[in-house]
Design a binder for this molecule. Structure first.
Ligand SMILES: Nc1ncnc2c1ncn2[C@@H]1O[C@H](COP(=O)(O)OP(=O)(O)OP(=O)(O)O)[C@@H](O)[C@H]1O
Length: 270
């Protein structure tokens, strides 16, 4: 049986000057391969500049790879096939404040992906927007709100609503939780776990937070200077004491934090 997502030899290089073929290439990601199964959470970790965002953006269809391919349920993903991408993989960006359109009300912002990617009627779109607002813990009254009228936690909920409104199989979140207060972050993580359970969504989470990884990730992928140096089940990566860099990365923030909770249904406390 095919994997939900299969990444094969995906690589990315940049030229320092676009259009100047003789300028040297810099490697953002060396060819790497991994798989993701339905309902899984994969955490992507690594220090600044290691290629996490590049990888997230290629999978999310925002950037293109220089080599390799991505398969979804065994079907090759084409970076210019927007309906295929948008209906299956959606992204949540780091900066929820700026990723929302300040001039459009929340209802219209949520309706946009439906307008471009579905044949739903106006009444069906309205129903889907109301259902999605409800799914992320907001009210149908929020349809009329503009982003400046919402708290940062509510804006993040809207970003999640926008990501799930097409009922994708995979949501890629690039440091989506980093700017939030710890208590709001816990609520948003719990919301994401609820959505995973209710809608069967798989997540690829780019994060610097070993606490989040330990608590919710099924698998960890670790990048070091563009190279994948670890990819395995969370407990295997956590227990691999041979990998000194991995251990440093994972454990440096953990001493004062939560114990690994193998009960994935337990919620992160506020
Ligand atoms: N548009 C671009 N042009 C040239 N080089 C780029 C471009 N985008 C990223 N890079 C380079 O690719 C490498 C990986 O960058 P990337 O942003 O993916 O790292 P990251 O791990 O997400 O870092 P951070 O944690 O700071 O977000 C870096 O060396 C970066 O300078």
């Amino acid at each position: 049986m095919s994997h939900l997502l299969e990444v094969r030899n995906l690589g990315k290089t940049y030229r320092s000057r676009k259009g100047w073929p003789w300028t040297p290439k810099s490697v953002a990601i060396e060819p790497l391969s991994f798989t993701l199964e339905a309902g899984e959470i994969l955490a992507v970790m690594g220090e600044t500049g290691s290629g996490k965002s590049t990888l997230a953006q290629i999978i999310g269809g925002v950037d293109t790879a220089t080599s390799g391919e991505i398969l979804l349920n065994g079907q090759k993903l084409h970076s210019n096939n927007y309906p295929q991408l948008c209906n299956n993989i959606r992204m949540i960006f780091q900066d929820s404040e700026n990723s929302l359109n300040a001039h459009l009300n929340i209802g219209k912002q949520l309706e946009e992906p439906l307008l471009f990617n579905t044949q739903l009627t106006a009444a069906e779109r309205q129903e889907r927007v109301n259902l999605t607002l409800q799914r992320v813990g907001m009210l149908r009254e929020h349809w009329e709100f503009y982003p400046h009228m919402l708290s940062s936690g509510q804006k993040q909920r809207v970003c999640i609503a926008r990501a799930i409104i097409l009922e994708p199989q995979i949501v890629v979140a690039d440091e989506a939780l980093v700017a939030l207060d710890p208590s709001i972050r816990a609520q948003i993580i719990n919301l994401m776990l609820d959505l995973q359970k209710d809608m069967g969504i798989s997540y690829i989470l780019v994060t610097h937070s070993p606490q989040i990884v330990k608590h919710i990730a099924d698998k960890i992928l670790i990048l070091y200077r563009g190279k994948m140096i670890a990819f395995d089940k969370t407990d295997i990566v956590l227990e691999d004491t041979q990998q000194t860099y991995v251990q440093q990365l994972l454990h440096e923030h953990l001493k004062q934090n939560i114990q690994y909770n193998s009960d994935r249904s337990a919620k992160i406390a506020d």
